[in-house]
Write a protein that binds this ligand. Sequence first.
Ligand code: DP6
Length: 338
Amino acid sequence: MASIVTCIAPVNIAVIKYWGKKDEKLIIPLNDSLSGTLSMDQMHAKTTIMASPNFTKNCIWLNGKEETFDNIRLLACLKEIKRRAQEDGTSKELLSWNIHVCSENNFPTAAGLASSAAGYACFVFALAKLYKVKGDVSQIARQGSGSACRSLEGGFVRWHMGKSSDGSDSLATQVVPASHWPEMHVIILVVNDKKKKVSSTSGMQRSVETSDLLKHRVAYCVPKRIVDIEKAIKSKDFPTFAEITMKDSNQFHAVALDTFPPAVYMNDVSHSIVDLIHCFNKVKGCTKVAYTFDAGPNACLYLLEPTVAETMAVVDYFFPSSNSKNTVQGLPVPPCNA
Ligand code: DP6
């Protein structure tokens, strides 16, 4: 007799970036961040977890390849879920069995496309289902990969850095559901799907140690931007939303360059996409499209439904080789059972 669950979880794309931790172990961020959750039809992580009295050890397969189960973040999530499960009265027998985990992304891993966010959100959500853990698990997903906590809700989601040193109030909450702004779309332009040279984890650690611009960003820029973008989202003010999104992406990459040695994530194609979007908005006479780049060269465009066809045509004309994915933003309650 064994117990098995399969879940899928979405990708989220930050419009106010998380970059820098005040606690490396607990993954408590230096600033609040805010993201849109994408629908799961094009990009998602899928995880199956089986617990059995016959398993002699814990095992994990990531995208078909067996990995060791000694990853400190993986173990932290498992330990924390089991602690909560015990509190919730889950059977001791089930909790004593070893698990086998099989996880897959249907998009490039570690290319700056939020794969760890979807992966850890899915892992923690599936564990919570397996062990019947109730309530918020975003503070557990956060300990797998910071940005993962934002993939546990749909729509626009804010990760509050919190005040407590144990991280208990560093969790993600929904700002608005996807149904609030159903016209919102995200186009992902895959410029390069190779694994990035500097991981987000080590890049941001280096920024915390060396970048003066990061201190300025955290103290003066992000707090105001978070308030303003939340207001813009709630009132569906696209030009304000777009301007803040683009400025925050630009500042995040400026911080990456201010890091010593610098972390270079965008390439020439990424910069040409930035130019193209500014040009497009200028020709249109108002801001119709916003770009944002995570720790990689791939562009994420936020735009409203009436602009999608024209933008796709313009992108295909200027960047015929970029593999673009058009995905609507959000599903009501991701992640979910598969
Ligand atoms: C640029 O969540 O991958 O995508 O917490 O060390 O696992 P760790 O980092 P991670 O960093 C994501 C950084 C980002 C911005 C964001 O998603 O907010």
